[in-house]
Design a protein around this ligand. Structure first.
Ligand code: GCO
Ligand code: MG
Length: 402
């Protein structure tokens, strides 16, 4: 079974997605997500110019060998562009293997370890009373876990708070919009938000919060301590994670669990965080971390060190990535939580899929392969539109992390 075609499809049904579709000599097709928010065309070029020509004629059944070929063969290892491209190939080949076997991919990965994949949704709003209503909306929908973000009083706009509540999308302009940030104001406000949410919803709802890489380790330690009474499931990305030993300082001061990893590309980005048990959840997902094959390596290492999965599932991960992530989530022993931001109806129409939400869980469905496809004629109706993630400045104009 040889690869006879590999197409890179760029489409924008509300936001940009890059999808690789591989076709075999038997006519079996497989899809992989290659979307890198704000840098989509870099991955499309990497695939078209450097990967697709090497795929034609290759044995589609050799998933691991193809992964090694693309990873070692680039010579320039790692990085989000390279690893997203490799991820797309790997994911599409797992899809094909499942279809050939007549089994959903989770069965090839060892079968189910749980009944369903517990997901968390995003409650976001300007004010505390408004965010309480948003949390209630998710509880009514059946969610067991909710991420809570509000605007910070005194700042014109805040990460995580969008115009459209259910479909938050930060990549909003071709040239990055500029946001303003004050850590001081944020650190005063955030514990008050969680005090109100716990008070309203009681002790059992899982609550999460994303600091989006904005703090220093000692500021993160302060926030973690202040949030302890509200028993968060996790505090996400408290600091940028290039300096992994910085997490030792956070750990010394707080029992609030820490989740990190949506920007990681390989096991080497989280090796120290995992082996030193500096985090509780690793948030890598399929498209960012080299596909199903490499993501499983990360989660296996994590399992040895009491670290659970918490895969990124924002709207910039396409339904193809979401489907693939669910097969992994269902089959690993150390699953924690899966982020689930709903896609728009236009996106769901371009990517027909068998996964579905019920009673707080996502289920990948029982179709052979991943259970997701791209409708190429629907995709063609939505041409690429340039869109970048914002940048962030402190109130005095200094550049900060967004
Ligand atoms: C999350 C993320 C997103 C990112 C986005 C960037 O936890 O869901 O932080 O909101 O900002 O995925 O493309
Ligand atoms: Mg995040």
């Amino acid at each position: 079974m040889r690869i006879v075609d590999a197409r890179v499809i760029v489409t924008c049904p509300g936001r940009n997605f890059v999808t690789l579709k591989i076709v075999t000599s038997d006519g079996v097709t497989g899809v992989g997500d290659a979307t890198l928010n704000g840098r989509e065309l870099a991955v499309a070029s990497y695939l078209n110019d450097h990967v697709v020509p090497t795929l034609i004629g290759r044995d589609a059944s050799r998933i691991e060998d193809t992964w090694q070929y693309l990873y070692r063969g680039a010579y320039w290892r790692r990085g989000p562009v390279t690893m997203s491209a490799i991820a797309a190939v790997d994911t599409a080949l797992w899809d094909i293997k499942g279809k050939v076997a007549g089994l959903p991919v989770y069965q090839l990965l060892g079968g189910r370890c749980r009944d369903g994949v517990t997901v968390y949704g995003h409650a976001n709003a300007e004010t505390v009373p408004e965010v309480l209503a948003e949390v209630a909306r998710y509880v009514d929908l059946g969610y067991r876990a909710v991420r809570v973000q509000t605007a910070v009083p005194g700042l014109p706009a805040t990460y995580g708070v969008g115009k459209d509540r259910m479909f938050y999308e930060p990549a909003d302009a071709a040239i990055p919009t500029e946001a303003t940030w004050s850590t001081e104001r944020y650190l005063v406000h955030t514990p008050q938000v969680f005090a109100a949410v716990r008070d309203e919803f009681g002790p059992h709802l899982k609550l999460l919060h994303d600091a989006h890489h904005r703090l220093t380790p000692i500021e993160a330690a302060r926030l973690g301590k202040d949030l302890e009474p509200y028993r968060l499931t996790w505090l996400e990305d408290p600091v940028p994670a290039e300096l992994q030993e910085g997490f030792r300082l956070i750990r010394r001061h707080t029992t609030t669990p820490i989740a990190v990893g949506e920007v990681f590309n390989t096991i080497f980005d989280c090796q120290q965080l995992i082996t030193e048990q500096l985090i509780d959840y690793v948030r890598t997902t399929v498209v960012r971390a080299g596909g199903i094959s490499h993501l499983r390596r990360i989660f296996d290492l994590a399992a040895l060190h009491h670290v659970r999965s918490g895969s990124h599932g924002a709207t910039d991960l396409s339904p193809v990535c979401m489907a693939a992530a669910l097969h992994v989530d269902l089959s690993i022993p150390n699953f924690g939580l899966q982020e689930y931001m709903r896609h728009t109806e236009a996106t769901d129409a371009v990517f027909p899929h068998s996964y579905h939400f019920a009673d707080g869980y996502l289920h990948p469905g029982e179709e052979p392969g991943l259970g997701v496809d791209i409708d190429e004629s629907a995709a063609a109706r939505y041409p690429y539109q340039p869109a970048s993630l914002p940048v962030n400045r402190l109130t005095d104009g200094s550049m900060h992390n967004w």
